[in-house]
Unconditional design. Structure first.
Length: 187
């Protein structure tokens, strides 16, 4: 009875959102053959459409699921996240938030090399922190802007023999920084 009563007392406000996210993703790769090693690191930036759906609980806790897909230099990165934000009300129309996220990242790319086409297909855990602001334009429409930092546990190692020479290569996503701006509709 106590659980049922407290569950009914929770103020739940569902929402859906759409926005634009600009992300810079850092990655590195290494290869070795014939006793030689080569390392490479770089970053790619891309802008993606980000979709969100979730709920605000008791006007201070926000849970959501978000999805974004980036494509740059022949690579596709899809990120699906579960987000938690704590809302800090500044006034009736303006909130700041801080939170954490965790989910899955999937990276796919076809690379043409001297030994032929190599398919890089890797997925794994992504997690991080975000901060931002929410501004109520109307009772049901709010503007959202935020920043996020993410770490990745996403890597792939390939190895084999080509013309009698053993080789190995490793690709790895390291971290990313993102800026987001969007519109949310609260039901």
């Amino acid at each position: 009875l106590a659980l049922g009563t407290s569950a009914m007392a929770i103020d739940v406000q569902p929402f859906v959102g759409v926005g634009i996210e600009r992300t810079t993703l850092d990655y590195k790769a290494s290869a070795s053959a014939l006793g030689y090693s080569y390392s490479y690191s770089d970053d790619d930036s891309d802008t993606a459409l980000k979709l969100k759906a979730g709920a605000i609980l008791d006007k201070t806790h926000r849970l959501s699921v978000s999805h974004a897909k980036y494509s740059d230099n022949g690579a596709d990165v899809r990120i699906l996240l579960l987000n938690y934000d704590y809302l800090f009300p500044i006034n009736e129309k303006f909130n700041l938030y801080a939170g954490a996220h965790a989910g899955q990242a999937k990276y796919e790319q076809d690379v043409n090399t001297a030994i032929g086409k190599i398919d890089i297909d890797m997925s794994g855990l992504v997690y991080g922190l975000q901060v931002g602001a929410l501004f109520d334009i109307t009772k049901n429409i709010e503007l959202e802007a935020g920043l996020a930092y993410s770490k990745y546990n996403v890597d792939d190692t390939i190895s084999g023999t080509y013309l009698g020479v053993d080789y190995s290569a490793k690709s790895e996503l390291e971290d990313s920084t993102s800026m987001f701006i969007g519109i949310n509709y609260k039901f």
